[in-house]
Design a protein around this ligand. Structure first.
Ligand code: PA5
Length: 349
């Protein structure tokens, strides 16, 4: 397969180049976050009961990854992907609005709903109406560079948010975890580059060509990553994908694997991490063995043995690269998301 030829022919904004440049984006995002942290430090005094991260799509995933990474050492984090913000969730909360464009109606509505109800507010955005409202309201706003598809700016959605949460006293982590993750991201980007046709990302894309992906994981470290894989297959590869979690899926979804031929076009991608509960791992083993006769294929991935941030981002990158290669195999441009654009236009009337 001549990947460079497909890249030149199909990839209008060089999505592959953006994924390859993720380590550089991490470095820039980390610097921005560190520079912004002092603005969030006065929030420490509030002693938050929880953190609510409001955002949609590519911008929400940064919050999901932060939640997964910090699950064992942060004030409880809740995602808000809706216009409304229940009052029992909002009270005593640090509210973080995350919108890459700054113009997403749902996130702006959640921002408005949070005003006067939550304990404190902060935002991460490249500008737009969200930055304007923050300036109007005196809300600290971390400005990240614009001009990318939001999902390609995942480093900018995630890393400044980690700085914000730590500076506000809502999370603890060590800078060394970032240093390690940066090294691992560099290794992974070299490994998944199109120079070798037998790399794991290309193999994954080939396994998914003409199929639907069912991404299964445990709801521990890889919850955000499973969603990211599914969304990247949707938006970059223009293909349907689905995600669900063990052990819950063994109590409902597993029964759906009985419809014969249709499911032969489905590939189960099972993501596992060493922090998964041992019984959840057993659920995965037993559940997958029961689904095997019905599925087109089952591919299993174990995170590499390194720190939590490294494991999470390394696994995310495998999905990011595979989604771009799958776009090429599907003969589509990874960048445009015409239906999302049309929907936003219609909803803004
Ligand atoms: O990837 C995309 O383009 C979408 O999922 C967007 O992230 C989503 O529509 C929200 O937009 P924004 O990230 O600008 O708030």
């Amino acid at each position: 397969m001549n990947w460079q030829e497909l890249r030149a022919k199909l990839d209008s904004t060089d999505m592959l180049g953006r994924v390859l440049a993720f380590p550089e984006q991490m470095e820039a995002a980390w610097k921005i976050g560190a520079g912004f942290a002092p603005a969030a430090e006065p929030l420490r005094e509030k002693k938050f009961e929880r953190v609510v991260i409001a955002g949609m799509g590519g911008s929400a995933i940064g919050g999901d990854l932060a939640k997964s990474f910090l699950s064992d050492r942060a004030t409880p984090i809740t995602s808000c992907r809706d216009y409304a913000l229940p009052k029992n969730v909002a009270r005593g909360a640090l509210f973080v609005a995350s919108s890459y464009s700054g113009n997403t109606g749902v996130t702006l509505a959640a921002y408005d709903a949070a005003r006067g109800v939550v304990a404190a507010m902060v935002a991460v955005t490249s500008g737009g109406e969200l930055a304007a409202r923050c300036a109007r309201d005196g809300v600290p706003c971390c400005i990240i560079p614009g001009g990318m598809p939001p999902r390609a700016a995942i480093g900018f959605s995630l890393l400044p948010m980690l700085h914000v949460l730590r500076a506000a006293g809502a999370a603890t982590f060590d800078d060394s975890e970032y240093d390690e993750a940066l090294g691992v991201a560099r290794e992974r980007c070299a490994e998944y580059a199109p120079t070798r046709d037998d790399n794991a990302a290309i193999k994954l894309a080939k396994a998914l060509h003409g199929k639907t992906a069912f991404v299964y994981a445990a709801p521990s470290l890889l919850e955000g990553v499973a969603r990211r894989w599914s969304c990247q297959f949707n938006e970059n590869s223009k293909t349907l994908a689905h995600f669900a979690f063990f052990p819950e899926l063994n109590h409902n979804e597993i029964v759906g694997w009985e419809v014969g031929d249709i499911m032969k076009r489905a590939v189960i991608l099972s993501l596992q991490d060493r922090d998964d509960h041992p019984m959840t791992r057993r659920h995965a083993d037993v559940g997958l063995s029961l689904m095997k006769p019905f599925a087109g294929a089952i591919e299993r991935y174990e995170t590499p043995a390194s720190g939590r941030l490294s494991r999470m981002l390394a696994t995310m990158l495998l999905g990011d690269f595979a989604s771009v290669y799958l776009a090429y195999l599907n003969g589509v441009d990874p960048t445009p998301v015409k239906k999302i654009d049309a929907l936003k236009k219609e909803m803004s009337r």
